[in-house]
Structure formats: C-alpha cells, structure tokens
Design a protein around this ligand. Sequence first.
Ligand code: PGA
Length: 257
Amino acid sequence: MNRKIIIAANWKQNGTSKSLNKLASSIIKGINKTTRKCEIVLLPPSIYVNEIKKLLETKKPYNVFLGIQNISPYNNGAYTGEISISMAKELQCKFCIIGHSERRIIFNEDQISLAKKLTLAIENQVKAIYCVGETLSEFRKNMTKKIINNQLKQGLDRSLKLLRKNPEKLIIAYEPVWAIGTGKNASEKDIVNTHKYIRKILFSMFGTLSEKIRIIYGGSVNNKNANTILNLNDVDGVLVGGASLNAKKFVEICSSI
Ligand code: PGA
C-alpha cells in the first residue's frame, strides 16, 4: 500500500516569535522548490501556533500542515495550564503528538492519560502521532518488543472502535529514547526490525486496515541520514527534533525522499 510520507518538525520548547516565523518562512520557501511528495508537519510551541497558522494562511504552501506537541486529556474546563484538542483544532492543527518520551519521562504522563488523549484526538478528527520507544537500559536488556507491545496496547485499546473507522488518523512514531537528541540514531537493522514488529502488532489489532497506519521513525534524524532512513522498509516518515530548527537542514531532509 502506498502511504504518504510524513516529515514532522518538532520544535519542542525552542525559539521566539521572531525566530520561529523566520524558520517557518525559510522552510516554506525551501520546500516549495523541492518536494510535493510528502506531508510536512510543523509543530511549534503551543503559544506560537496561531502565528504559524497565520503565516501558513498567507503563504499557502501546498503540503505543509500545522500540529501541536501535546494536548490535554480532558475537554474544556477547569484544567489550569492545559490546551484542549478543540482549541488546537480551532487553530487549524491537523496533527498532534501524543506520548512523546519527554512527556512520559519528564512530566510523568501515564498510559491512562495518553490513551484518553488519543481518543480525544481521533474523536476530533485530528491525526495523532503516538510515540513509542524503549529506554537505553531496556534496549540493552533486549526489552524493545515487550515495551512497544505494552505501549501500543495500553495506548490504543481504548480507541479501537474509533480507530477502526479512522485508521489513517493514526501515526505511530518509533522513537528509541536513547536516540533522541543524542546524535546516535538507531541502526538500520533495529529500525527495520522494530517497524516490522509494530506493523505486526497493528495487524493483530486492525487486520488489513492496519495498512493505512503510518509508522515513522524519530531519534537523531538529520540531513545526512534521512535519505537512508526514509528508504528503509516500513518507514513512512520521520519525526525530527534538533535538525528541524535549522531551515536548511530540514529542507534537505524533506527533499531526501
Ligand atoms: P531529535 O528529536 O531529532 O533531536 O533526536 C526527535 C524527537 O524528539 O522527536
């Protein structure tokens, strides 16, 4: 099955209004000249989502979409500091990241709240980039498959019915925790094996519908390794952190498919 490649820029908690507008403008300018083959997703810090939305409305790039890095596990209400899926949707966010390891580990997000977030995203027709991945000690203990199996089951089980109606709204990001921001990406063999395993689990949950679910890789993707990673079996895109803060590098990544 032909699944459209996703190249997502996770800017995390970086930048200023000025620097991110400049970064987004340079990316839009660069990619227009290059590729139309993929979906490019910009994920600014939430406070700047509206500005990037306005920029996209002015520049109207064909294949660039907006996303949010995190959402609340609750609908609107008394939840100080949180941002609901409907707020993100109102600002034209078509994607949201759920369960990034920085949220799981630094902010102690548990599987129950991640599963709730996933339901809310799919109910609201926002595409969910659900992150899974093992830590270094789990990797060393050969526990990758077990961890990923648990994260997938615990995250998706609650939304199975909804997801069966909207399989294309789900994207799984395999992000080994030890590869994030470290400059050490997972080996080609590990990426292929893990993506194959994720596809197997997805098949057991969704049958042939699982072919519509994209599986992307994240963890030290840069302009040098993107081409190799994007050409691996069962890799439907990349989630890029550090290298997405540099327009030239990110445009190179987008052009490498
Ligand atoms: P990195 O981050 O590209 O800086 O390793 C990836 C991510 O956290 O999604």
